[in-house]
Design a protein around this ligand. Structure first.
Ligand code: 4AD
Ligand code: MG
Length: 477
């Protein structure tokens, strides 16, 4: 007798063989048909039991959510809706599930309700499909980089530096909160803390990744990052995963090429390998969109959107060009933007990014050469003295999905920038060393992994594409 998964059984290669399977009951109808799922695929296998041969006490325990073990024979199905089914010879209840208490009933639940039950929501079709696609995307990311000669680099999670300089960090400390040691100035004395200095959870592995790129050539990080920004939006998490390639000798153009090639590869991977899940998510999205006003509905179905990104060149546009387009746009003139665009230098909000992508260019856009003063300290200054070699990849429905840049490799320019921003040079001594010893042009970017999963699965809220979302006022589980 063989131990096979539902996915393997549904391939139909084991017809008339004796098989053995374990899983959870999705539904049980007419005291005869069990829809069984084991997570290996979206699809269930139908198990047909012999009512006469099954005791009353066992029948009562075949309820949604129960774990069961089945032995039987795989046969071609008599009924509609499935090609094969199992004729059950033996059934064992492994773990009961009280139907009066089990929250995940075979009916439609609201996303809010499912978030409150994040430990069980993975048992729904929607979440199992999303998380299988998430897993496939992770694999594709590693595969892309390995195929292209990158090394996987593990950036530290606890760090003493603020890569983005935005001050949105979670502190890491073992000091007594009620009675911390103080220095002469009356401030908390971090010299007495665990690490002997102030430390935080990392907001990005970039600075450390740069050190490795300057020896291994091509590296990437793929790990959790943390931001204490109080943004309660459908695109922000306090803990999210970021993919950060960093490449020695790449300039900004090569960096843009890399981001585009990489994104197309991973989307193509799931189109080829997650057919059932994407088909299901596409239908789910169509249903969801029916409840939206016509103007907000997407013109393309989910897989069409993925193909569109794969088949079309991303539009490359300078920040300066984008500001001109936005200044003269209808929503700006009609005062429809929450943040109207008056002049060069304005920081772009997601409403502007989405206008450019969804209404103006109707394609993914790479904006580059941003004003220096709205971007991080490490970006390479252009000859105009006011813009930096920054790039953001903007996606439909998402806005910014990638942020990156060519890095400032000139020691004197970088030092001046650090001084102007009032950053303590001593804190960055090791980062500056890279510019002293064999400095070279180099570039990289960060892809917000959950935003990519959102795009790939059509889920409208970022809280629904990570197993246990961390957001302001919420760290359950
Ligand atoms: O644009 P960001 O802040 O760039 C960096 O951190 C660079 N150090 C990356 C690099 O060059 N190596 O963040 C990169 C991406 C964003 O484009 C966005 O997709 C995602 O990370 N991101 C978030 N995703 C979810 N929740 C948040 N709070 C996010 N903040 C940024
Ligand atoms: Mg950014």
């Amino acid at each position: 007798m063989q131990n096979l998964s539902v996915a393997e059984l549904l391939e139909g290669k084991h017809i008339l063989q004796e098989i053995h399977i374990k899983g959870w009951v999705k539904t049980f109808r007419s005291n005869r048909f069990i829809a069984l799922n084991d997570g290996s695929t979206l699809n269930n296998i139908q198990c047909v039991i012999d009512f006469e041969q099954t005791t009353e006490s066992v029948l009562k325990k075949i309820t949604t959510g129960a774990a069961i073990e089945i032995k039987g024979i795989l046969v071609e199905s008599q009924g509609k809706g499935q090609s094969v089914e199992i004729q059950v010879s033996e059934i064992l209840i492994l773990g009961e599930s009280n139907p009066d208490e089990y929250p995940i009933q075979p009916k439609k639940h609201s996303m809010e309700f499912l978030r409150e039950n994040a430990h069980l929501r993975i048992r729904t079709n929607t979440f199992s499909a999303v998380m299988r696609v998430r897993s496939a995307l992770s694999f594709a990311i590693h595969q892309y980089f390995v195929n292209n000669g990158f090394y996987y680099f593990h950036a530290p999670i606890i760090t003493g530096s603020d890569a983005e300089g935005a001050g949105e960090m979670f502190s890491v400390s073992t000091l007594d909160k009620k009675n911390p040691p103080l220095n002469e100035k009356g401030e908390v004395d971090y010299k007495k803390d665990f690490f002997g200095k102030e430390t935080n959870l990392t907001v990005s592995g970039q600075l450390e990744a740069e050190t490795y790129a300057m020896a291994l050539g091509k590296v990437y990080t793929f790990g959790p990052t943390f931001r204490a920004e109080n943004s309660n939006t459908s695109r922000h998490l306090a803990e999210f995963w970021m993919v950060e390639p960093e490449v020695a000798f790449n300039d900004l153009d090569a960096n843009m090429d890399l981001s585009e090639d990489f994104i197309k590869y991973i989307l193509n991977y799931i189109l080829e390998n997650c057919t059932d899940d994407l088909e299901f998510l596409e239908q789910r999205l169509l249903q969801e969109e029916k409840s939206k006003p016509a103007a907000e509905r997407s013109e393309m179905a989910l897989r069409e959107k993925l193909k569109f990104v794969i088949d079309n060149n991303f539009k490359r546009v300078t920040y300066t060009e984008a500001i001109e387009i936005l200044k003269n746009s209808k929503p700006n003139k009609k005062k429809k933007f929450k943040f109207p665009i008056h002049e060069w230098g304005a920081d772009l909000q997601s409403e502007h990014e989405r206008f450019l992508v969804e209404k103006h260019f109707k394609s993914p856009v790479i904006l580059f050469d941003y004003p220096a003063n709205i971007k991080a300290f490490y970006m390479r200054l252009n000859d105009d003295g006011k813009t930096v070699r920054a790039m953001d990849v903007l996606f439909p429905g998402i806005g910014e999905i990638v942020g990156g840049s060519q890095r400032e490799e000139r020691l004197d320019v970088l030092k001046e920038k650090i001084k102007a921003l009032d950053i303590d040079e001593k804190e960055l001594w090791w980062y500056l060393d890279l510019r002293k010893f064999g400095t070279a042009v180099h570039s990289g970017f960060g892809l917000g992994f959950e935003r990519m999963v959102q795009f790939a699965t059509g889920m409208s809220n970022i809280r629904d594409v990570i197993p246990f979302p961390r957001t302001p006022q919420n760290a359950e589980f």
